[in-house]
Design a protein around this ligand. Structure first.
Ligand code: SAM
Length: 336
C-alpha cells in the first residue's frame, strides 16, 4: 500500500525537542539484560496501543530477545496474548522453561548458586541434561558475560560495576522475584523457537494482531550485529514486504541508517527518530517505522538524563539491587 509522504521531513525532531519520560515508570520484568533491549521504548509502546481505536487481542513479537515489550503488554493488560518468537536456542530455553512451569525451579537454582568465577566456569562446562538446566546456564551467561552478550566471542565481566567483578550483574533475589512474577502471565504467552518472519506470515491475515518488530540490525554493518547476536542476518527487504501485507498494525525499530530509511520510503511507511541513551550514555537516535505515526507527534522522548541515573545509583547500597520499578542502570541502558 502506497501512502503519501508528508511534505516536509518525516522527522519532527527539530520542531521541538521533547522532554524526557521518567523511565522509573517501566518496571523491570525480564530475567534478561539484553543487548539492544527495549525497556526505554516501553512508554512509546504504551502510547501506540492507547492510540488504537480497537483494543488489539494478540501481540506478535517476532524478535523477542529479552521480551520486555511482550511482558509489559501482558502485565498491563494491553493485549490478551503474546506470541514471542526467538531463534536463539539458549534464549529460547529460558522462555520455554518459564512457559513449561519451571520458573520456580529456576528461581531456586539462582538463589542457591554461589557466585564465583570458578563456579560459573564449572557450571558452563556441563552439558545440560534438560531444558531448565540449559535455561539456568543461559541466565548465568547472560549475567556474567560482558554486556549480556551470548554470541560467540563474548568474554566474562572482569572489573564490573563498583569493582564487583563477575558478580556485578548477579542479583539473585531480584532475578528470582522476576521469574516467579512471570507465573501471573505465563499462560498468556505463546513462545516459539522459530523464524520470526515465518510466524509473522502465519498471523498476517489476523486483524486483531499487532506486531512489535525489533530485528537484529546494527548500523555498523554485519560485524557489529555478529558481535551481539548469534542470529543476526535476516532479509530486511523481505521483512518490510511482509509488514506491508499485515492486516494488523505494526511498529518497527531500527538503528538510524540511510539504507533503512530508503527501504521504509520505498514501502510507503512513515518514520520518526526517538532519542535514547546507549550503554555508554551517548545520545543516539532510534528509528521508529510504521504505517501511520501521527500518534507519536507529541510524545516526549523515551530517555532519561544521565544526571538522574548517577544520583539514583549513589543512593543505593551496593549490596542491594535496585528495587523493581526504579531506574536501575538496566532500565536506562540500551542493554535492557
Ligand atoms: C534487537 S534483538 C531484540 C531485543 C528485544 N526487543 C528486547 O527488548 O530484548 C533481536 C533478536 O532477534 C533474534 N533473531 C535474529 N534472527 C531471528 C529470526 N529470524 N527469528 C527470530 N528471532 C531472531 C536475535 O537472536 C535477537 O535476540
Amino acid at each position: 500500500m502506497q501512502r503519501q509522504l508528508p511534505l516536509f521531513s518525516e522527522f519532527t525532531e527539530d520542531v521541538a525537542l521533547p522532554r524526557p519520560v521518567n523511565v522509573a515508570s517501566v518496571p523491570q520484568r525480564s530475567p534478561f539484560r539484553y543487548p539492544g533491549g527495549k525497556t526505554w521504548f516501553v512508554p512509546t509502546f504504551r502510547r501506540w496501543v492507547a492510540s488504537m481505536k480497537i483494543k488489539p487481542r494478540i501481540l506478535i513479537e517476532p524478535f523477542a530477545g529479552g521480551g520486555i515489550i511482550s511482558l509489559t503488554a501482558l502485565f498491563e493488560n494491553l493485549v490478551e496474548q503474546a506470541v514471542m518468537v526467538e531463534l536463539d536456542e539458549e534464549v529460547a530455553a529460558v522462555w520455554e522453561a518459564i512457559v513449561d512451569g519451571d520458573a520456580e525451579w529456576l528461581a531456586y537454582r539462582i538463589l542457591t548458586f554461589t557466585m564465583t568465577r570458578e563456579a560459573v566456569e564449572e557450571e558452563l562446562q556441563k552439558t545440560p541434561a534438560s531444558k531448565k538446566e540449559k535455561a539456568f546456564q543461559t541466565i548465568l551467561k547472560n549475567r556474567t558475560l560482558h554486556g549480556g552478550i551470548l554470541a560467540e566471542g563474548a568474554s566474562f565481566i572482569r572489573r564490573g560495576e563498583n569493582g564487583k567483578g563477575i558478580g556485578s550483574r548477579w542479583y539473585p533475589k531480584t532475578l528470582a522475584r522476576r521469574l516467579i512474577n512471570l507465573n501471573h502471565i505465563v499462560e498468556r504467552i505463546d513462545f516459539r523457537c522459530d523464524d520470526g518472519l515465518r510466524v509473522m506470515m502465519e498471523f498476517a491475515g489476523c486483524e486483531d494482531a499487532i506486531y512489535f518488530i525489533d530485528p537484529p540490525y546494527t548500523a555498523g554493518g554485519k560485524k557489529a550485529g555478529k558481535r551481539l547476536y548469534k542470529h543476526h542476518q535476516i532479509d530486511h527487504e523481505h521483512l518490510f514486504t511482509i509488514c506491508e501485507s499485515l492486516a494488523g498494525d505494526f511498529l518497527m525499530t531500527y538503528d538510524e541508517a540511510e539504507e533503512v530509511k530508503v527501504m521504509a520510503r520505498r514501502h510507503g511507511f512513515q518514520m520518526r527518530l526517538i532519542p535514547m541513551k546507549n550503554t555508554h550514555h551517548a545520545t543516539m537516535k532510534e528509528l521508529v517505522i510504521g504505517r501511520d505515526l501521527s500518534w507519536l507527534n507529541d510524545l516526549p522522548a523515551a530517555c532519561e538524563s544521565k544526571v538522574r541515573y548517577v544520583q539514583r545509583q549513589k543512593q543505593m547500597p551496593e549490596s542491594h539491587p535496585p528495587a523493581e520499578g526504579y531506574p536501575d542502570r538496566e532500565a536506562l541502558d540500551s542493554s535492557g
